[in-house]
Write a protein that binds this ligand. Sequence first.
Ligand code: URA
Length: 266
Amino acid sequence: MESAQDWHSAKALLEWHIELGAVDAIGDAPVDRYALDPTPPKPAKAAPEGPSPVHAAKPPAAPRRDHVAVAKQIAAAARDLDALKAAITDFDGCELKRGARNTVIADGNPAARVMIIGEAPGRDEDIEGKPFVGRAGQLLDKMFAAIGMGRDAPLSKDAIYITNVMPWRPPSNRDPTPDEIAMMIPFLERHVQLVAPELLVLMGNTPCQAVLGRKGILRMRGNWDQGWGKPVMPMTHPAYLLRNPAAKREAWADLLEIQAKLREQA
Ligand code: URA
């Protein structure tokens, strides 16, 4: 028969386990482990020498594909923007593609002097198949309109061209992983070569990681850098500006820097 002390210590132990985060019982019925046969189980029969028929029949595991190497090869082969768009759309190395409705590649004028690189499509972009069309995109349009530039500007000197590091929306808008970014870099670099803008604007950490190999946007913003042979201006992402309106003052300073650089280079 159980003593009162046993009941109390069992209850205390259970409470302690719950405190530690245990949420599941292991079995429906209690097991009296003292009543179990203490004889250790007999060792299993030694396996016959040589591979078992099952092992012998198993085919060798397929080597994992090196998606970055595949991406490099395909991207380098794209002779123009249409070929590059087709190559990105057909690329199957990135899991994000399976959850996306659209492959979002670019918008604006490919003859633009400025190429803007964002992070990845969000919900609105995934639905429409165009980059920066949601709230952050509307702010981006207003920001560039303030220095006389836009994605629909008829003259290439006033036009911007917009793309993202990732052409597919990550689930729940999470940040793309380093592996996902790495396999899209060859496409992005080829994209920059084919558009051949005078300068790049990197919106947020993901494009900084892709183009400059480092992040820390709040430190990097507003300072000219050099990436893929071009002047590069890192800026805080418009989605960040929507959440932190006080940072718009610095973003305005960055836009004026871009305008000054374009005038200098004209
Ligand atoms: N944020 C981005 O970085 N890109 C988009 O296209 C939309 C939101």
